[in-house]
Design a protein. Sequence first.
Length: 191
Amino acid sequence: MSFESYIRELNETLSKIDRGQLDGLADLLLKAYRQERTIYVIGNGGSAANASHFAQDLAKGCRGALDSERRFKAISLTDNVPFITALANDDGYQYVFEQQLRTFAKAGDVLVAISGSGNSPNVLTAVDWANHSGLTTVGVTGFDGGKLKALAGHQLHVPLNDMCTAESIHSILFHYVVLELQKMLDLSCRG
């Protein structure tokens, strides 16, 4: 694939993104901020990297002044490596996010679950638990959305059958959401 065709595919896919889903994610996160809820972000592989990056951008990039008391309470559950490896070793990888949510989450919190295929067992297990525990769930997917598309309460779907490019678009969309939140809160970029 040439760079030109890659850019063309990227732009064509971006033009197919459902703006209602994208704006809906920003609105959900703004509501969580205003209600002082915690936002948890999860994913595997490249989606884990996106989860870490998105949570960091929310927590730091949308905090306002250094001494500001009002902040996004956002954390990526992909970053707790000792807990993840202990859970995976002792209980199974399927539970690495669900068990962390059981420890930290409360009804009313938000779970942003990223899975390019929409079929990652550990992501699905966490979303299922979150749905039954009163959390707001958002599935961020590619391909056909997999099982996550039906399981999560809200969606941000990238209609593309290419994992690398779908993950790249997820990153672009997350940056857009952060910029929109900064604008809604009248903050300058503090990335």
